[in-house]
Design a binder for this molecule. Structure first.
Ligand code: 1HE
Length: 266
């Protein structure tokens, strides 16, 4: 498996290792619990706006004991309202580049997944939690508000009532509880198991037809937010495009001639 240097990524914020079509992208500021400052947010935006050409899926994880402690609170000291809006919009651009980018992202979560760290995780497409993971939105305690898209993305994952409870009361959820309410799709034991699961899922995703992955990332969330008639029409258009793709024809022919695995065998 080839590894490429993390050219273009700022030292001490992100680290990158490419293994064939899988990119392992690490938040790399363990001494500050992967707190997200402007440099980290800009680096995330520029990576996901133009991921390396041959990358077909990304595993996003945090170095050290925690996934991320959220917003770097040292940056908040003297910010005006207009600077605050610009800051939040920068986070929105970066996390939109993840959610609506060209590569599926599997987030591997451990330790603190809090505030902006949870907002970042919510922009990924699949979330794997290690048993050490815990989730919180300490914005109420800090006298601020979510600014990285959490009021949109986290509420869509777990509902407004749970987000209100987390923000008003400081409630934290464990990894198991997060699985039950939909913050993650998987829980695994231990650090190595989290990365192994994340990589295995990313490999599976990278093996899908590119147009199917495009439809899942771009069409599915838009359809889910549409009215029924618009959603059904968009679904028909998307499925017709996918079916007409040579890759779909090749894969269906492989199944019909018994050269492709049955469901559950792959
Ligand atoms: C930080 C940050 C940070 C740690 N900004 N520096 N986020 C929070 O309110 C979470 C605040 N952090 C914590 O509650 C804890 O640090 C943790 C539970 C995440 C981890 O605890 P621990 O014992 O492993 O680490 P620590 O000793 O608290 O922190 C180690 C260092 O990281 C220490 O700095 P040092 O110079 O004393 O070594 C901490 O100050 C530093 N550190 N977290 C800056 N967040 C777009 S809006 C999003 C809004 C939010 O994200 S609000 C939530 C903010």
């Amino acid at each position: 498996m080839a590894s490429v240097p993390d050219a273009g990524l700022p030292a001490g914020r992100l680290k990158l290792e490419c293994r064939g079509p899988i990119a392992l992208l690490g938040l790399d500021r363990a001494d500050k619990r992967n707190a997200l400052d402007d440099a980290a947010i800009l680096a995330l935006e520029s990576f996901f706006a133009r991921p390396p050409d041959d990358v077909r899926a990304v595993v996003l994880y945090g170095e050290g004991k925690h996934f991320s402690a959220g917003l770097d609170l040292t940056e908040l000291s003297e910010r005006s309202a207009s600077a605050g809006i610009a800051h939040s919009r920068r986070w929105h651009r970066a996390f939109d580049a993840i959610q609506f980018g060209s590569v599926p992202v599997v987030a591997v979560l451990h330790g603190a997944v809090v505030g902006g760290g949870l907002e970042l995780a919510a922009a990924a497409h699949v979330r794997v939690a290690e048993r050490s993971a815990f989730y919180a939105l300490p914005e109420g305690e800090r006298g601020i508000f979510v600014g990285g898209g959490g009021s949109v993305r986290i509420t869509r994952l777990i509902g407004v009532a749970r987000v209100m409870d987390m923000m008003l009361t400081g409630r934290t959820y464990t990894a198991e509880e997060g699985l039950a309410i939909g913050l993650s799709q998987y829980v695994v034991d231990g650090r190595d198991a989290g990365m192994a699961k994340g990589i295995a899922l990313a490999e599976r995703i990278a093996g899908n037809a590119p147009l199917t992955n495009f439809a899942i990332l771009q069409a599915l969330p838009r359809i889910a937010e549409s009215g029924q008639a618009e959603g059904l029409l968009t679904e028909s258009l998307m499925t017709a495009l996918a079916q007409g793709d040579p890759e779909a024809k090749r894969r269906i022919e492989a199944f019909l001639s018994k050269r492709a695995p049955k469901v559950g065998e792959a």
